[in-house]
Design a protein around this ligand. Structure first.
Ligand SMILES: *Cc1c(COP(=O)(O)O)cnc(C)c1O
Length: 346
């Protein structure tokens, strides 16, 4: 890895962060008159802990890492944006990523005026590692990867990701939003081997809390410190912290939901494969199925008429003819299949 200070933008390296009332005084106090809060209307009258210490401790315990390796953001999207802003100089640096993948990497790059280079996956949806590395140059600060990948639903070969980590000297962001649905264990256990690796996870999918907006970035504490320095002081609100703390005490719920979803995914896949207009259901390591059909727009509209909405991915690279279907409850999936069967009869 290149030296962190060389990868960082100058202004970020030199930045003196805002110091909030709640970060200047960190002890246990009973009379809080330091932050111009209203003394009434508990608990939301108080500013949240800007460092989210209790929540980070609990997440670190569950993820078998240390609180110093954890950054918490307003969804993974905040972490994606902050990583770009920390390392990429607008109109000068660039980002390399795979295509197709999650759309937010490019949107955040565009907002920050950073060149975004897409490298097409192979038709098997695997990474073309040579092309990816060939697309980097001395101005490439970040490579974004996503495994299991959205919308292709596959996990990449561990060896391919490792080769990228070993060859590229900049920051490698590996988005593991769907890792709890995967048969692989992901890269969190390897974090200590790669000081330039940032692993993104989220409470939005397996944990069933997309509405809370809590994303996690795991990395070397020096990278975490940079992200912490440039975030909004109170980026995670009091209600999110309290709700997440409570939910994380019951990891059994998440495990129960994941196994129910995986079971339903297998049933849905089998049933979809019996439909004449389904050309292919791609193998999934996530909570959704990428389904190639003969007439994606017509089938999409047919479902909408029956108040069922899936994602039309047919205009995405390598996904011609494809709809992306999230695995729902048993009843929801049955409704989807029933609706599809009435299309078959048309
Ligand atoms: C759903 C998803 C996320 C989650 O984003 P949040 O902002 O944490 O809700 C992140 N990455 C990918 C690839 C996703 O599909």
């Amino acid at each position: 890895m290149a030296e962190l200070n060389k990868l960082l933008r100058d202004n970020i390296r030199k930045l003196i962060p805002y110091s909030s009332a709640r970060s200047e005084y960190m002890g246990e106090a009973s009379v809080l008159l330091d932050a111009n809060e209203n003394p009434y209307n508990e608990p939301v009258n108080r500013y949240p802990d800007p460092l989210q210490i209790r929540l980070k401790k609990q997440i670190a315990r569950i993820k078998r890492t240390t609180p110093a390796s954890v950054f918490l953001g307003n969804g993974s999207d905040e972490a994606i944006d902050l990583i770009i802003r920390a390392f990429c100089e607008p109109k000068q640096d660039n980002i390399v990523s795979i295509d197709p993948t999650y759309g937010m990497y490019k949107v955040c790059a565009d907002i920050n005026n950073i060149e975004y280079r897409k490298v097409l996956l192979r038709s098997s949806f695997e990474i073309d590692v040579e092309s990816l590395l060939d697309s980097t140059d001395q101005h490439t600060k970040i490579i974004f990867l996503c495994s299991p990948n959205n919308p292709t639903s596959n996990s990449f070969y561990r060896d391919d990701i490792t080769r990228i980590l070993k060859s590229f000297p900049g920051i490698v962001v590996l988005d593991e939003a769907y890792i709890d649905f995967s048969t692989g264990e992901g890269f969190l256990p390897s974090l200590t081997d790669y000081p330039h690796l940032v692993v993104l996870q989220t409470l939005s999918k397996a944990w069933g809390m997309a509405g809370l907006r809590l994303g996690m970035a795991f990395a070397d504490s020096r990278i975490i410190d940079v992200l912490t320095k440039i975030k909004y002081p109170y980026n995670i609100n009091v209600l999110t912290i309290e709700t997440a703390l409570k939910a994380l005490r019951n990891p059994g719920n998440k495990e129960k939901w994941v196994s129910a979803i995986l079971h339903q995914r297998d049933i849905l896949e089998k049933e979809l494969n019996t439909l004449s207009f389904v050309l292919k259901v791609y193998p999934s390591d996530a909570n959704f199925l990428l389904v190639k059909v003969n007439k994606p727009h017509e089938i999409y509209q047919h479902l909408v008429k029956q108040k069922i909405v899936v994602r039309d991915r047919s205009s995405v690279s390598l996904c011609e003819g494809c709809l992306r279907m999230t695995v729902g409850t048993k009843d929801e999936n049955a409704m989807l299949l029933d609706a599809l069967k009435t299309y078959q009869q048309n």
